[in-house]
Ligand binder design. Structure first.
Ligand code: ADP
Ligand code: MG
Length: 317
């Protein structure tokens, strides 16, 4: 198989058709239409083998994750995903692997009506770079910069599961369908629905890719604010607590990474609005603290003591 045959066989045949795609895969570039009154929201993320996932991870999970981590960025902006580009660097043309990768990628793409409109294919170390595009009504995107002192701090879903799942995959424990934490590392669900609802409710938002502590830190820095985080309110799943002690679970939630949940702030007077829309999120939402005027992130427990353990986030350099 040469690269043109690989593209034709595995990446060209998507059944989804969007009428904002004037020209998709096949020419030198795609031609796309942005509807009047909408802004284009664009993001790119790479997954590098052995850095972002174990090299021997099942190919369908790699395909899913490559798109999911990008859709998560659109979710955090409150954007509706529409198009993707896929730049693949593969060590070999392994048909079984590419077919499974494409299955994972397209299953998620179809679910969110994302059209693959182009890409690139090269031989090299396993690396997947996806660019995603979304629409947001002009001026309405959610940003990191809007948090105000007194706003309530919330998160979607569960924290720490993916980090637990990854650590046990790295220890070569067998992946099973019923292991929720491993599943959440392999097949994270981008919180697109939540992001769309939050456009009318939240004052700021960020997605959690490097652990709550690091990503909340970015939101606070962008907003020029601090926060009090209630450690005992962190959403820890029963599956996580089956594998870990409470303190280990808290540490994974704060600094584990790979959760792809949303962390956001809500002006106090809009908290009833948040509750009345809770069913539309497609996942639980948890109130975990409050924005303060200080310039630091403070960790509190129910007994009013501080969280004693050091907290860090994933850093590449
Ligand atoms: P060029 O050499 O002009 O950049 P390519 O040969 O790289 O074109 O690609 C041919 C067409 O196939 C282009 O439309 C490109 O966007 C598309 N394409 C290439 N690789 C992929 C891929 N992995 N997934 C989807 N489309 C791809
Ligand atoms: Mg090209």
């Amino acid at each position: 198989m040469d690269e043109f045959e690989i593209i034709r066989r595995f990446f060209f045949g998507q059944s989804l058709q969007r009428n904002d795609v004037r020209l998709g895969i096949g020419d030198d570039a795609a031609i796309l239409r942005v509807p009047p009154g909408q802004e284009l929201v664009v993001s790119v993320d790479s997954l590098v083998a052995s850095v972002h996932f174990p090299e021997d991870l099942q190919a369908s999970a790699i395909g899913h994750r490559a798109l999911a981590v990008n859709l998560s960025d659109l979710a955090a902006m409150g954007a509706t995903p529409v198009w993707a580009l896929l730049a693949l660097s593969l060590p070999s043309a392994d048909e079984g692997w590419i077919s499974e990768f494409a299955r994972g990628f397209f299953a998620l793409a179809e679910r969110y009506q994302v059209a693959l409109v182009g890409g690139n294919l090269a031989r090299g170390p396993l690396n997947i770079t996806v660019t995603v595009h979304g629409f947001v009504p002009s001026g309405r995107a959610l940003l990191r910069t809007g948090a105000q002192p007194g706003d309530q701090l919330c998160v979607t879903g569960w924290l720490g599961d993916a980090a637990d799942g990854l650590q046990r995959l790295q220890a070569h424990m067998a992946m099973t369908e019923t292991d929720t934490c491993m599943q959440r590392f392999c097949f994270p669900e981008p919180r697109i629905q939540a992001g769309l609802v939050l456009r009318d409710i939240a004052s700021s938002a960020i997605d959690i890719s490097d652990g709550l502590a690091a990503d909340l830190g970015h939101l606070l820095q962008a907003s020029g604010a601090g926060a009090q985080l209630q450690i005992d309110q962190l959403p820890l799943s029963s599956s996580l607590l089956q594998h870990r002690t409470q303190d280990q679970a808290v540490n994974l939630a704060l600094s584990g990474g790979d959760d792809y949940e949303l962390c956001f702030t809500v002006p106090t007077e809009r908290m009833p609005l948040l509750e009345s829309h809770a069913r539309e999120f497609g996942c639980p939402v948890k109130h975990i603290g409050e924005i303060t005027t200080s310039n630091s992130l403070q960790y509190l427990r129910n007994n009013n003591t501080d969280w004693p353990l050091p907290v860090a986030g994933y850093k590449h350099f």
